[in-house]
Design a protein around this ligand. Structure first.
Ligand SMILES: Cc1ncc(COP(=O)(O)O)c(C=O)c1O
Length: 388
């Protein structure tokens, strides 16, 4: 008996391989500094944890939750979108809590993609967009994100016959892995494109709250007409350092939200209610913690950019996201450069090709490593010079 062809065809999840390499080094007694994974090291703010503890003691929260989440949580999400982006959402029709945005992104393919359909997927990108498309029997069509076009897809370059066959377009700004940002004018062009070719836009936006130098990322739903063509996926993971708690949301088009709920309600039983109460506290509570975290990331960004540039890497300081996307020196591939850093100085970075073939020539470093480890990692990098 063999596993399904569907599973056989899946690539290994990028970070599983990286974790294995780190484990091997550690087993040999070597100290490894990892800049690989975008998982905030700063703890969840205390007022949120306190609310979780309180809610965990209430027996009403020990039972199955509803897939569509607590009405109060949907309301808190709608209020937060109103305050943060001036986007008006109907909490009952246009909001769906998720078990982390990854869950909703994975399931979204099953709402829109039939076998043989195309999904337009950025390259490089968070791998879940293409993998879920393939699991649904669809075919990803990759839209290159290049430095020349500020890591925005060139919509003009998508052949009309491909656009006509496409059911879905994935976008993600502030972007992982390139750290690029998109403005309202780009999103307006996306809405026009979606209307022209009758496709659904899924904008993945978990990094809108992680921004620097006073920059404020926008929501796709701020564009007039966006709700007619699309949905936005958001998350408390990066905004409030809650990656481990698994809570996010899909908001926007009521019809697509219903489709996602139909898929989800057949597969999962929603978010534990105590976590929903903690998430309400995060969204309605003091937002000062976001500014405090961003000040820490901004300082780390500045320190890391300085050292990377001294090493001869090509770096634009990111305005948002948890990542630095650095061009490797001439003569190296991403994988060679990342391997040399791991082997020679025990520093883990992610090779850009882990996110797609247009990631060649880059490495990604995350800003979520604790300060003391960053200092050690940067000292190791400063003492090392690429030879060749
Ligand atoms: C672009 C992007 N989307 C979605 C996610 C998943 O976030 P969550 O923790 O909400 O599942 C991540 C996590 O790294 C991400 O980088």
């Amino acid at each position: 008996m063999r596993v399904s062809k569907r599973v056989e065809g899946l690539p290994p999840y990028l970070f599983v391989e990286i974790s294995q390499k780190i484990a091997e080094k550690k087993a040999r007694g070597e100290k490894v500094i990892s800049f690989a994974i975008g998982d905030p090291d700063i703890p969840t703010p205390d007022h949120i944890i306190q609310r979780l503890c309180q809610a965990a003691r209430d027996p009403a929260n020990h039972r199955y939750p509803e897939t569509y989440g607590l009405a109060e949580f949907r309301q808190a999400i709608a209020e937060w979108y109103g305050q943060r982006f001036a986007v008006i959402l109907d909490p009952d029709a246009e909001v769906l809590p998720l078990i982390g945005s990854k869950e909703g992104i994975g399931h979204a393919a099953f709402c829109f993609v039939d076998p043989g359909d195309i999904a337009l997927v950025p390259d490089p990108a968070y791998p879940v967009y293409s993998v879920s498309t393939m699991l649904a029997g669809g075919e990803p069509y990759y839209m290159p994100l290049t430095e020349e076009s500020d890591f925005l897809p060139d919509l003009e370059q998508i052949p009309p016959e491909v656009a006509h066959r496409a059911k879905l377009m994935w976008l993600n700004y502030p972007n992982n892995p390139t750290a690029a940002v998109a403005g309202i004018d780009f999103f307006q062009r996306v809405v026009e494109f979606a209307n022209k070719y009758d496709l659904v836009v899924c904008h993945d936006a978990p990094y809108t709250e992680v921004a620097f130098d006073g920059y404020r990322p926008v929501s796709f739903l701020q564009v007039p007409g966006a709700k007619d063509v699309g949905m936005e996926f958001h998350s408390l993971s990066k905004s409030f350092n809650m990656t481990g708690w698994r809570v996010g949301m899909a908001v926007g088009n009521a019809q697509w939200r219903d489709a996602l709920m139909r898929v989800k309600s057949n597969l999962d039983s929603g978010i534990p209610q105590a976590i929903q109460y903690a998430a309400i506290e995060a969204l309605r509570g003091d937002q000062e913690c976001i500014r405090e975290h961003n000040a820490i990331y901004e300082r780390r960004r500045n320190e890391m950019v300085k050292v990377l540039r001294e090493m001869g890497l090509r770096v634009t300081p990111p305005k948002a996201s948890l990542y630095i996307w650095a061009g490797v020196p001439e003569g190296y591939t991403s994988a060679e450069f990342a391997t040399r850093l791991l082997e020679e100085v025990g520093v883990v970075v992610t090779p850009g090709t882990g996110y797609g073939r247009y990631g060649e020539g880059y490495i990604r470093l995350s800003l979520t490593t604790p300060d003391a480890e960053i200092a050690e990692g940067l000292a190791r990098l400063s003492a090392w010079r690429p030879s060749r």
